[in-house]
Ligand binder design. Structure first.
Ligand SMILES: [Zn+2]
Length: 349
């Protein structure tokens, strides 16, 4: 989604770098949103965009120019979640302005050390193991699921920044006269947080509109929590709904429609999986479900190298999160068939 700088009721928004190289940005396919919220000479930056290693094509120069122009004191760098396209410029901004970096405690270890995401310890804190997380995908020997590969993270998104404070849903962050409320929005990532400004009824929703989590299963996207977060966002009845990769919506009615659409999408994905499994008449692997589930190319369905072949790792991870939810609701069963993990519909009387 391509967009340009704009004023908001709370400050302004600029597009941030999203891809990993200058070339990635040339097609204008997707950008990250960077928001500034200001009041009485103080400011908070909500996410920072990516930073491309070895290039000058970072959003920072533009952001810096705006901050100088506005003559505001940057007090907070609010990181909605650990994904590199939201954290990339945080270190530079912190060093330059002395602003405090804040995030949710669950995201903190990965923000302070992006390679943490690939370690056993990371999976274990969610009650699982790297082996359990990847078993569902029936990986070939030597195959890794894209961004779970340390060499990929080291090369493309190893931008650690020290976190100064942890915040969670219900906490209040003061910026000038504003009292901004932290909102828990897990699902896309486990500790994703947004910000709510009741004064202008603005919800900064990070990647709430971007499920599947591109990095699932590291450290685990969650379809059920995502749906709960969408309902939570809806209940706030925002007038302005600011998205992590787009401006969003500008009226209460439009925001409700946007959130209803996302809820419908999640519902339909689960229903389609059940339909596909039922029609197949025999247990299916995630790779077998994929072509029927996303016959129209989904944003996340593009193939990525896995060290052995190329797979639609993000789309497969999206299907995995829905399958786990279907299993929890006893609509689908997970079985092992000749060494492969497969899924089948639970027959109800
Ligand atoms: Zn994200």
């Amino acid at each position: 989604m391509l967009f340009f700088e704009t004023e908001t009721p709370d400050g302004w928004a600029i597009p941030g770098l999203h891809g990993n190289s200058a070339a990635d940005e040339m097609d204008g396919y997707v950008q990250g949103s960077v928001f500034l919220i200001k009041s009485e000479g103080e400011a908070l930056i909500f996410d920072t965009g990516n930073r491309a290693p070895g290039t000058e094509n970072s959003m920072s120069p533009r952001l810096l120019a705006n901050l100088e122009r506005d003559r505001v004191t940057l007090r907070w760098i609010f990181i909605s979640h650990f994904h590199y396209d939201h954290t990339g410029a945080a270190k530079e901004l912190r060093a330059r302005y002395g602003a405090k970096v804040v995030c949710h405690p669950i995201e903190r270890p990965i923000i302070e050390d992006p390679l943490f995401v690939t370690r056993r310890q990371n999976a274990e804190r969610f009650g699982t193991t790297p082996e359990q997380l990847t078993e569902d995908f029936n990986l070939a020997s030597g195959e890794t699921l894209a961004l779970s590969d340390p060499s990929v993270i080291e090369r493309y998104w190893n931008f650690p920044v020290k976190v100064d404070a942890e915040v969670k849903g219900g906490d209040v962050i003061e910026v000038g006269a504003l009292k901004l409320e932290v909102v828990d929005l897990p699902g896309h990532s486990p500790g994703q947080i947004g910000l709510w400004n009741p004064a202008t009824r603005s919800l900064y929703s990070a990647d709430l509109s971007n499920f599947p989590s591109p990095l699932a299963p590291y450290p685990i996207g969650n379809a059920e929590k995502h749906v709960q977060s969408l309902l939570h966002a809806k209940s706030l009845r925002p007038v302005y709904y600011w998205e992590g990769h787009f401006f969003g919506t500008y009226s209460e009615a439009a925001t409700q429609r946007r959130l209803d659409h996302l809820l419908q999408q999640q519902h339909d994905t689960s229903e389609r999986i059940v339909t596909v499994l039922g029609r197949a008449g025999r247990p299916q692997t995630i790779a077998e479900i994929l072509p029927e589930l996303f016959p129209v190319k989904l944003d996340a369905a593009y193939p990525v190298p896995t060290g052995v072949t190329r797979r639609s790792a993000y789309a497969e991870a999206c299907i995995q999160t829905h399958l786990h939810w279907l299993v929890a609701r006893q609509k689908v069963a997970r079985i092992k068939d000749q060494g492969l993990v497969k899924w089948t519909v639970v027959e109800t009387a």
